[in-house]
Design a protein around this ligand. Structure first.
Ligand code: GDP
Length: 393
């Protein structure tokens, strides 16, 4: 980890709770890890139990002799993560890339790596199931390095830790590592957030409740929000009627790094939308987002002349033929057989990729979604036509 020079004026920087998202392949231990983490909480909780109510949980631990909080987004699901940065702001400050030390890198691990790299947030590799006698952590590390996750001690600066959620091994150490990474980045002014600035939050979960109306879980990225304040999200207005903590406690006020559930929106805001307490702030943010160009040429410029592609084809044979003949500037972030799905569009959007279909049909709702999300889809039936066109991009 490279520690930049600490600016004197930042020595007293406020250390708000880091917001952490957990990503990884299904069954690699994300849920078990979050459960094990919640068990380390030292904060007094009513009824002594853990009664989590919203899509995020807050824990408190002793770190370096101080009480520190960490907020975990419980969403998992890559679709949710993709949504969470639709306006270019990541809901999380730090990512945990969960990789089973038994199974190693799997397809959704690769997807997670692409999402994390694109979100530009720092991340920690968590090798799970360290109690399993069949573990092969070194193999998993080699696979990660092959995927360009440059681990500490292997020529890179991505920290990693082996844990067992089952036996509670290295869980506290992982939490200390999260705070260490967060504090170093914070000292280096990596995070632009400010507890005293204008309020801004990101919706990480939302629903319509029959009895209480629209409910939205919001991660606060900047400033503070109080009950009875006006709230604005896209074209939806509201006024905070109730604000609930992760365990369903009524709050009067919440600040950066905290996740709260808000009641009082007139309609259900979409996951990934930004919430502010003044309409002007929101307009500024959305306007900035909409001015982003979708010209594929700009994508080259953004990612060191690479073009990120989500490829959906009819057969594995087609995939191989296509991936073997594409020019080097094309990076396949997903390659799969089958139709283009909603998650492919959202994933492509989140990392600035285009979607290529080969010998498949595209459903009208996918075309509509791609249009609204401004994702470019192109389909072909002849391989060399696809190669030619993409080579000329
Ligand atoms: P998720 O799909 O990523 O949320 O994975 P889960 O947390 O549901 O875990 C998938 C499976 O791995 C379950 O059968 C867990 O019991 C098992 N598992 C999770 N963590 C550990 C661990 O630390 N050690 C062992 N031996 N098994 C684990």
């Amino acid at each position: 980890m490279d520690k930049k020079t600490v600016d004197n004026k930042n020595v007293n920087k406020q250390y708000y709770p880091p917001v952490v998202a957990v990503l990884g392949h299904v069954d690699h231990g994300k849920t078990s890890l979050l459960d094990a983490i919640r068990k380390t909480n030292i904060a007094e909780r009513e009824h002594g139990g853990i009664t989590q109510k919203i899509g995020a949980s807050e824990i408190e631990i002793m770190h370096d002799g101080k009480k520190r909080k960490i907020t975990f987004i419980d969403t998992p699901g890559h679709e949710a993560f993709s949504h969470m940065r639709t306006r270019g702001v990541a809901a999380a400050d730090i990512g945990l890339l969960v990789v089973s030390s038994v199974d190693g890198v799997m397809p959704q691990t690769k997807e997670s790596i692409a999402l994390l790299k694109n979100s530009k947030i720092p991340f920690i590799v968590v090798l799970t199931k360290s109690d399993d006698p069949n573990k092969l952590p070194d193999k998993a590390k080699q696979q990660l390095i092959k995927e360009k996750v440059l681990l500490e001690g292997y020529g890179g600066d991505v920290p990693f830790i082996e844990v067992s959620a089952k036996e509670g091994v290295n869980i506290k150490e992982l939490l200390d590592l999260i705070l260490l990474v967060f504090d170093l980045k914070n000292e280096a002014n990596f995070y632009p957030f400010d507890a005293n600035g204008a309020f801004m939050g990101i919706v990480i979960e939302s629903k319509m409740d029959q009895r209480s109306g629209p409910r939205a879980t919001v991660v606060i990225k900047n400033g503070k929000l109080k009950v009875r304040e006006n709230i604005y999200s896209d074209r939806i207005k509201g006024k905070v009627r109730n604000m609930l903590s992760d365990i369903g406690k009524n709050l009067q006020e919440a600040s950066v790094g905290e996740a709260v559930e808000l009641l009082g929106f007139e309609k259900v805001p979409q996951v990934g939308s930004i919430v502010t307490n003044t309409p002007k702030e929101l307009e500024a943010l959305i306007y900035k987002d909409e001015t982003k160009s979708l010209d594929p040429m700009d994508m080259f410029a953004e990612d060191q002349n690479m073009l990120s592609v989500v490829l959906c084809a009819d057969t594995q044979g087609s995939i191989e033929a296509i991936t073997n003949s594409m020019p080097e500037k094309v990076k396949f972030v997903i390659q799969k057989t089958g139709d283009i799905e909603v998650s492919d569009i959202l994933f492509a959007k989140s990392i600035g990729a285009i979607v290529l279909g080969f010998n498949i049909k595209v459903k009208p709702e996918i075309v509509t979604l791609a249009k609204t999300e401004k994702v470019l889809i192109k389909t072909y039936n002849i391989i060399y036509e696809m190669i030619d066109e993409i080579s000329d991009f």
